[in-house]
Design a protein around this ligand. Structure first.
Ligand code: CP3
Length: 349
């Protein structure tokens, strides 16, 4: 079935900012706006594991809508996880609370690679269904689909879980480049197909998360990662969905991440939007980049920081307001509502 998204989501401020077109006010959403700080989320999730929750379209729809209703943000982010597609193709994986994704048998050899087959839409019917339900409920508000980028996924799969130094991942990358490229080629297919399923069901924008890629040098990034991220992003080229590409600690990589093919570059809080623009060059919108820790500062301090990000963003060809990484677990959700209102108020054209 072709996309059923109302045409008006195409003229939403989020989509317009992503395309560097004029907006009525700066659009805002928050990475990790769903889940985390919301009591209504914790109540709904009671007794259901994270990955199980992701396979229930009604539950996914409700959780995705919660922050949109509560904060009045300009976009919904699909409630799922970067490991959902690798679990869907059969990898034994669990999301452990307070830890993150844990893989029962890590991927470290060519034989292991066979346990990660290509993804088709038939692996994730619940994603297609949830996106369709959401698009029908969301009206004017666009839905952002997402996937994990090959490097960040590979890190979880090779390490077997979250990692600080990514030592096994880097050892594989440098020690057996052929296997590394084969693994990332497969993961690019999985990520790209996962983005495509969401876009074809009606997601209006997609984001590729390469959360941990800031662990790499620029040379390693361009040689071992960029071609695979470009492949994942290329899977949705021509579907009329702007693409956002984000990672943490990527100050040195911003230009190369932009060159991987996204319209929007997500900037973390370590680099100002002004410096980021200089590194990225013309022709891209930027997303970000309020330090998530500042949500715990007194309102007047936070207010000034928000206004500064908005002002810097207004000098960019396109700006989507966001945090420089995800919402931290203990945040008072009312602060997110206040920031949303403030961004809208100070940026109204
Ligand atoms: O609100 C949203 O952003 C939508 C849904 C979303 C989740 N994960 C839900 C989730 C998104 C976009 C993600 C992406 C994701 N998952 C990333 C990239 C974004 C980033 O933060 O850099 C990464 C690295 C993961 C892997 C992952 N999954 C981690 C590190 C964790 C946290 C573990 C913990 O408990 O600290 C998860 C679990 C997870 N994914 C939760 C949620 C709401 C929390 C678990 C729960 O509520 O039971």
């Amino acid at each position: 079935m072709p996309s059923t998204a109302p045409a008006r989501t195409r003229s939403s401020d989020l989509v317009r900012a992503a395309r560097c077109e004029p907006v009525s006010r700066t659009p805002v959403w928050f990475m990790r706006q769903a889940g985390r700080s919301l009591p209504e989320y914790r109540a709904l999730r009671e007794g259901t594991s994270m990955l199980e929750a992701c396979t229930r379209p009604e539950l996914v729809t409700e959780i995705t809508l919660q922050p949109v209703r509560r904060h009045g943000v300009d976009a919904a982010i699909f409630f799922s996880d970067i490991v959902v597609p690798v679990a869907a193709v059969g990898l034994e994986i669990e999301i452990v609370a307070g830890v993150g994704p844990v893989v029962a048998r890590p991927i470290r050899s060519r034989a292991d690679l066979e346990r990660v087959p290509e993804l088709t839409s038939g692996h994730v019917p619940y994603v297609t269904e949830a996106v369709r339900l959401l698009v029908a409920e969301l009206g004017d508000t666009p839905l952002i689909g997402f996937a994990g980028a090959p490097f960040t996924l590979a890190s979880y799969l090779v390490e077997g879980g979250p990692s600080k130094n990514h030592v096994r991942t880097k050892a594989l990358m440098h020690g057996d480049p052929a296997l590394w490229h084969a693994l990332c080629d497969r993961l690019a297919q999985v990520s790209g197909a996962f983005l495509r399923v969401q876009a074809q069901a009606g997601a209006r924008v997609v984001q590729l998360f390469d959360s941990w890629v800031g662990a790499l040098s620029r040379a390693d990034y361009t040689r071992f990662v960029q071609p695979h991220s470009a492949q994942a992003l290329a899977a949705v080229a021509g579907l009329d969905v702007p693409r956002i590409h984000f990672g943490v600690g990527t100050g040195e990589l911003l230009a190369d991440m932009a060159a991987a093919g996204a319209e929007v570059v997500g900037v973390d809080y370590r680099v100002s939007l002004t410096d980021a623009r200089e590194r990225i060059g013309p022709g891209h919108a930027v997303q970000g980049n309020l330090d998530p820790a500042l949500l715990f500062a007194p309102w007047e301090v936070l207010r000034a920081a928000v206004v500064e990000v908005v002002e810097e963003g207004r000098r960019a060809p396109g700006h989507i307001f966001n945090l420089g990484h995800g919402v931290l677990p203990d945040v008072d959700p009312d602060v997110l509502t206040r920031i949303t209102d403030l961004v809208h108020e100070v940026s109204t054209r």
